[in-house]
Design a protein around this ligand. Structure first.
Ligand code: PGA
Length: 259
């Protein structure tokens, strides 16, 4: 079962995950991070900034979950731009070691395969940060995605385009297609951290953690992974049936166990 940690605020979640990333980099200077975009991971990146000051991060590698198809990489809302602005520059990472799927139309037919090969060549992802969409998607694996899927092109559902319209001038500008790590790709990472904050995520979190394992709620794929830490605030935890047990288990967790 995933470990569920209910924290008072997104900032507390950011600190918890950032501390794990710092430990990982200390033990493995060329650690491979799985990076996520969206609002959810921002507290992690904010908490990392002071914690990585003075740490040699020149060897750290990273792979983003997804990218829009057909968007200019220079567009401020391309995930390449977002990762550069929110992660690479503030944390002082080497941009050449941080990868995003290539959404360029000219090479899109083999971009998924190329990305899988790059992840494999890096030895796989050590620690994957995940948000979850209101549809239950992780990465851009919308409902119906195969649990065996690898990086490939997907069509965004209307709900996701509406959710992401806040980053664009209008919904019409939100791309229709994306290239995303598959659920199988995500499940290959060694440690998953799934974060969610706010009431609007409560249904997706409950489905992912406690619902039936079903491609109708892609986040439920985490139940198939041996090492998952779900970090949620009270609002996102509000539909969890077993929340009291998760609190009790975390409060009584032996120190030696770690996350
Ligand atoms: P959000 O998106 O972090 O911006 O809420 C999460 C997701 O869609 O995976």
């Amino acid at each position: 079962m995933a470990e569920i940690v209910i924290v008072p605020s997104p900032a507390d979640a950011g600190i918890l995950v950032a501390d794990e990333i710092v430990k990982l980099i200390a033990s493995r200077p060329d650690a491979v991070l799985g990076l996520a975009t969206g609002s959810t991971p921002l507290p992690v990146y904010e908490a990392l900034r002071p914690r990585l000051a003075g740490v040699d991060v020149s060897q750290v590698r990273g792979f983003a979950l997804d990218e829009y198809v057909g968007i200019d990489p220079q567009h401020p809302e391309s995930y390449r731009s977002v990762i550069t602005k929110e992660v690479v520059e503030p944390l002082g990472l080497d941009p050449a070691r941080i990868h995003t799927p290539n959404g360029a139309l000219e090479t899109i037919s083999h971009a998924g395969e190329d990305y899988e090969q790059a992840i494999a060549a890096a030895g796989g992802v050590d620690l994957q940060i995940l948000g979850i969409g209101t549809s239950g998607h992780i990465g851009f694996n919308e409902p119906g995605s195969s649990f065996a899927s690898r990086t490939r092109v997907k069509t965004l559902i209307q709900q996701t385009r509406e959710d992401n319209a806040r980053f664009f001038d209008s919904i019409d500008e939100v791309p229709m297609h994306c290239i995303t790590q598959g659920l199988g790709t995500i499940l290959s990472a060694r440690h998953l951290f799934l974060l969610a904050f706010g009431e609007s995520k409560a249904h997706a979190v409950a489905g992912a953690v406690e619902g039936p394992v079903s491609s109708s709620l892609p986040g439920s794929a985490i139940q198939l992974h041996p090492h998952v830490t779900v970090v949620v605030d009270e609002a996102a935890a509000s539909q969890l049936q077993n929340a009291d047990y998760y609190r009790y288990a975390y409060a009584n967790k032996p120190d030696w166990q770690g996350l």
